[in-house]
Design a protein around this ligand. Sequence first.
Ligand SMILES: Cc1ncc(COP(=O)(O)O)c(C=O)c1O
Length: 430
Amino acid sequence: MQREDQLNNAALMARRDAAVARGVGHSHAIFIDRGENAEVWDVEGRRYLDFAGGIAVLNTGHRHPAVVEAVKAQLERYTHTCFQVLAYEPYVELAERLNAMAPGDFAKKSLFLTTGAEAVENAVKIARAYTRRSAVIAFSGGYHGRTLMTLGLTGKVAPYKSGFGPFPAEVFHAAFPNALRGVTVDAAIASVEAILRNDVEASRVAAVIVEPVQGEGGFHVAPPEFLKRLRALCDAHGMLLIADEVQTGAGRTGTFFAMEQSGVAADITTLAKSLAGGLPLAAVVGRAEVMDAPGPGGLGGTYAGNPLACAAALAVLKVFDDERLLERARAVGAKLTQGLDAIAAKHRAIGEVRGLGAMIAIELFKDGDPGRPDAELAKAVLAEAARRGLILLACGTWGNVIRLLVPLTASDAQLDEGLAILAASFDALA
Ligand SMILES: Cc1ncc(COP(=O)(O)O)c(C=O)c1O
């Protein structure tokens, strides 16, 4: 087959379907040719605004020039040694930076991995090694990855867990606060206490793992009071608090770590996604004495903390400073919220506009009734918006939430353009 014949989305999708396992799903039948900041062009030359960011990975946009430069410079020197074999300075510098930035007025240490799931796996390993306890409490609607332990922690069956059990034992799920569905902070805390009463004694619980804003679960924000009370519960029982900031971290919510906004410091924090501006990198940052619990050789990985990814992450941190992206995240969030509120005022289907900083979503219901989640409409809006040149993603327990993960480096004009496409898509489907 001539290469030119293949450069259309339909032909490439046919090849994808024939060659790639169907379990690797796809949101859009689009093949990218190139991307720049908040825009992508497909193989047929069509331009799209990218408000998905490869699922929260592109807070600094596609190919930020500073990230590209840093990676190029690193490419010219060395690309891999395995940090455990031959060390390199960018890994150490990044650890120093994150240790200083992470919430908590105590000494911290870090380790780098490649994916968010790997970071969560390691956070649990470290918590178990430190506490010498085994159980972990997670939350319904939470998402922590696709490996077997992280699937065990994940609180959503379809499509993630279906057919893949059994999962590791000693994982318990509590309720996550959700005002819309009547789950108060009191009720959520009571459900953690119920686990300690009914399922596992606190002295066997290594950690409680929580997302400060549930990502895949539907952009539900944990109220600061909830995180404070979880912290107190952990302290009372010698359990560690793990903040999974894989999706919320790296500035998405208007502070580098979303936990900063609650005034609560986790013992261990996981990061990944936007940390390295599009390169695969994950981090575990935590209390020094906790992080040092596993013995030498107990942590690591062949590619973990790859030099190109560490160089990219250092460039991302500099871009955050140079371009004041935390401030920008708050402004982007305010602008998107205002625009989405205006669309919601016209369309009853949008039952709620919510989020933290620039981590914003809308939840869709039939006739605005929270008891009737409308996943079909979410799917139709995604398809209509893509037809009109805007890439969006869905999420949520019922798949009825549309989330906006636009690069923080997008211009106001691009934000307006994206909102206008979204509004037109709702109008077209009304
Ligand atoms: C909160 C959270 N934790 C963990 C993960 C898993 O990250 P990865 O897909 O890089 O393994 C994700 C991915 O969406 C996430 O949102």
